[in-house]
Design a protein around this ligand. Structure first.
Ligand code: GLN
Length: 454
């Protein structure tokens, strides 16, 4: 098939399904068709094909795209038209995929359900009354609904893996520093990572191959050699040592989710891997530490939205202070305000030691928990989330319950490690996600383990 046919199929599928799913904030049909025509022509002239040649892709709307609005699903950036491409977008262009449009998310990536989007609530394609997860809910829903071949998401505390689990697709959060954050609108800079959302593990390997690598534009970018991820998908996990943290299968886990994880372990046994129960004793402090650290960083990062430089500017300010406060009051939604207040408080003089510094120390303990396990095990396996996708509206007014849902994903961001979520079963017609966690920069082993299970 030609690239133009692929792209038109994607656009048709969006037209047919997105009225219900509402994954897209902005579809760039014209731009996509132009790129498709150019790629077809290039191939006709005997040109080489890039790694992702012709594949229709969706981009989470916190990744900047030149000439294509990037809103972060926030009123504040409703009309923000970036003048440059994120490094990952440049890399996708080199790999020759075709950007179809921008995908919905929780405002500024704060949330786990897409209910915090200022514009629309994306639906779970498996059951339209349920959330797709978040914050990369649009990315996961678009891939699950077959609207695009793959999508990019971002993961600060689970935002790629949790929606992937809820929508029955594959989501990979790379090691912190492996993928450039240049052009990713910052939420919590020490935790944010961009990664692929795909239908299967092989596709995830191809997309990661295309976007990973050192970038001088990101001061936290790691200067490491990028292995051939695709060739690591050998299907062989004989002798692989898997640790299963008892903290991830304890209180609050849905019995069906637990059953699916136990069934998956049987599959691994059958493939010749060995598993043992392990302990990550500081897990219970991870959510508290994360919400202090992520909110602190967010309060600092979001200070740039002052009504002067970006987006919303209030119409009725009489002086500079009013310009700031009214623009921010009008531009940000309730969850973003909650985080800014929490973070500002945690960083304020007199409270810094009790909250921010304490949370940093907990972060170190959590990282050490993982280091110890990885002295003896190749990967860690558990559920991605304690429950399948919840109903829209069911917990949005209970932020603590919402936060506690991230218990299995947050520790991985605090430790900076790579982790993947892959589908491993269903309950009541909703998908269940299995999470595999690896050593820093050992995406190859994570992908190999995930691929062997598929
Ligand atoms: N649900 C988490 C939060 O609300 C994670 C978000 C993310 O990874 N961007 O912060």
């Amino acid at each position: 098939v030609s690239v133009q046919e692929l792209v038109n199929e994607s656009l048709k599928r969006i037209e047919a399904t997105d009225g219900k799913v509402q994954a897209f904030l902005n579809v760039d049909a014209e731009g996509a068709q132009k790129s498709a025509a150019r790629l077809d022509q290039q191939l006709a002239e005997g040109g080489e094909r890039g790694l992702l040649f012709g594949l229709p892709a969706g981009i989470k709307d916190n990744i900047v795209t030149e000439g294509l609005k990037t809103t972060c699903a926030s009123r504040f950036l409703e009309n923000y038209d970036p003048i440059y491409d994120a490094t990952v977008v440049q890399k996708l262009r080199s790999a020759e995929s075709v950007t179809i449009g921008k995908l919905n998310m929780d405002e500024f990536a704060m949330g786990g359900s897409n209910e915090n989007s200022a514009f629309q609530v994306t639906r779970n394609p498996w059951n339209l009354n349920h959330v797709p997860g978040g914050s990369s809910g649009g990315s996961a829903a678009a891939v699950a609904a077959g609207q695009v071949y793959f999508a990019l998401g971002s993961d600060t505390g689970g935002s790629i893996r949790q929606p992937a689990a809820f929508c029955g697709v594959v989501g990979l959060k790379p090691t912190y520093g492996l993928v450039s954050r240049f052009g990713l609108v910052a939420f919590a800079s020490s935790l944010d990572q961009i990664g692929p959302v795909t239908k299967n593990v092989e596709d995830a390997a191809y997309v990661l191959q295309s976007i990973a690598g050192y970038d001088k534009m990101d001061s936290t970018s790691a200067n490491v050699d990028i292995p051939d991820y695709v060739s690591s998908l050998t299907g062989d996990v004989k002798g692989m040592k898997i640790g299963v943290p008892k903290e991830y299968l304890g209180e609050g886990i849905d019995p069906q989710v637990k059953q699916s994880i136990m069934d998956a372990l049987k599959v691994y046994e059958g493939l010749g891997a060995v598993w043992e129960e392990v302990s990550l004793p500081h897990t219970e402090y991870a959510v508290a530490a994360y919400y202090i650290l992520a909110s602190s960083e967010a309060s600092s990062n979001l200070a740039r939205y002052d009504g002067v430089r970006y987006g919303v500017r209030t119409e009725n300010a009489n002086n500079l202070l009013e310009l700031y406060t009214k623009s921010r009051s009008e531009g940000f939604g309730p969850e973003v305000k909650r985080r800014i207040m929490l973070g500002t408080y945690a960083l304020s003089s007199g409270y810094y030691d009790a909250y921010y510094l304490k949370a940093q120390k907990v972060r170190t303990l959590i990282k050490q928990d993982f280091d110890q396990i990885f002295e003896q095990y190749d990967v860690i396996l558990g559920p991605t989330t304690p429950t399948p996708a919840f109903a829209i509206g069911s917990i949005i007014n209970d932020p603590l319950t919402m936060y506690l849902n991230d218990i299995c994903t947050i520790p991985i961001n605090l430790a900076g490690l790579p982790a993947i979520s892959i589908p491993c079963g269903f309950t009541n017609g909703l998908p269940i996600g299995l999470q595999l966690i690896g050593k820093a920069f050992d995406e190859s082993t994570v992908l190999r383990a995930a691929h062997a299970f598929e």
